[in-house]
Design a protein around this ligand. Structure first.
Ligand code: ATP
Ligand code: MG
Ligand code: FE
Length: 335
């Protein structure tokens, strides 16, 4: 079985070839980040245009690197949502065209199921499993009773973790996306600011990061108003304090979810799963279940993870017609 997968939900154009569900033969990623940097975020129109320009070359490159012929392929998979509608449509149009021209079945994939199933490319997921998905647009805990059955059991009430990282990074003058730079600064500082840890005393599996973000921004603005210069050490401590608060909440709520839903595997996925502080805390604090955190190359958006999630659907013959449409707000229950 060979699946050709497309991912264009945001600002990465990516095409991958996956063999038999676990062997990633290629995973070509064309990032647009240089075009979006100067705007401090992803500009949807710009993203769509780049996808159009890049997608054909990415398909050629993915097939070349995988060393497979079009006639070897078993199916075409594509991210249906969630994501930017214009960006999603480019991938969907390319996937439909490719599927139609080569008479291949088409498999729609939920982008967050992709982040979750990236784990299956590096280790065996033992079910039932819990997934902590933390990315630019989502922060949620997903219970996976058995392969392919995704049930969201908790999520953020407001900002996603990645979004909060990008905002505090911006306030500190770092380039977008700033999660990695904040993570690095955090490792050089101390938690001296003691920012709030929202909802830690509730028994709900829910996150909130907007209060933390505001506390951080207010601290920086107050210092600026008083004419204080934030020196490098202040920035290090600010980043360390922010990251300590984020990690306390993420780890605390993950442990709560693991109490409520006993599982065999904890999966961590999404762009923020690249966070070194999070990886360290998981090793220290989550010791009673198997933990799978994908390698960095599979944390950010990539078509390899979409192919992995598609393989589950392929086994169930969950195909769609050529009338497939983008669903910018796709949730797990929709599938
Ligand atoms: P979604 O997956 O919710 O649709 P997205 O696809 O835009 O959103 P991803 O590409 O999965 O998001 O993740 C990008 C986010 O990950 C950015 O907000 C970025 O700052 C963050 N990020 C990347 N590396 C790190 C890190 N080391 N620490 C914290 N955050 C990080
Ligand atoms: Mg991205
Ligand atoms: Fe993503």
């Amino acid at each position: 079985n060979y699946i050709l997968a497309f991912e264009t939900s945001c600002d990465e154009t990516s095409v991958a070839v996956l063999k038999n569900g676990t062997t990633l033969l290629s995973n070509v990623i064309a990032s647009q980040i240089n075009s979006h940097k100067r705007f401090g975020g992803v500009v949807p129109e710009v993203a769509s245009r780049h996808h159009v320009e890049q997608i054909t070359a990415c398909i050629d490159e993915a097939l070349l690197q995988a060393n497979v012929e079009v006639s070897d392929l078993s199916a075409v998979a594509v991210t249906q949502g969630p994501g930017l509608v214009g960006a999603l449509l480019i991938g969907i149009m390319a996937a439909k065209t490719f599927a139609w021209a080569n008479q291949l079945p088409l498999i729609p994939v939920n982008h967050m199921a992709g982040h979750l199933m990236a784990a299956s490319l590096v280790d065996t997921i033992e079910y039932p499993a819990m997934a902590l998905l933390v990315s630019g647009g989502h922060s949620e805990l997903v219970y996976v009773e058995k392969e392919g059955s995704y049930k969201k059991v908790g999520e953020t009430r407001d900002d996603a973790v990645g979004e909060a990282y990008d905002k505090v990074g911006r306030v500190m003058g770092l380039t977008y996306p700033s999660g990695k730079a904040v993570d690095e600064l955090a490792h050089q500082g101390q938690d001296t600011y003691h920012f709030p840890r929202a909802m830690m005393n509730t028994h709900d599996i829910e996150f909130s990061f907007s209060g933390l973000k505001s506390a951080f921004i207010n601290t920086v603005h107050h210092a600026e108003q008083k004419g204080e210069d934030l020196v490098k050490d202040d920035l290090r401590n600010l980043a360390a304090s922010f990251q300590a608060a984020v990690l306390d909440v993420l780890i605390g709520k993950t442990k709560l979810a693991l109490e409520k839903y006993p599982v065999k595997t904890l999966i961590v996925g999404g762009g923020v799963s690249a966070n070194q502080g999070l990886r360290e805390r998981l090793q220290l604090d989550v010791t009673d279940v198997k933990v799978i955190v994908p390698p960095l190359r599979l944390c950010g958006d990539n078509a390899g993870m979409i192919a992995a999630a598609a393989y589950v659907e392929w086994q169930r013959q969950n195909f769609s017609g050529l009338d497939l449409n983008a669903k910018p707000s796709l949730v797990f229950e929709d599938l």
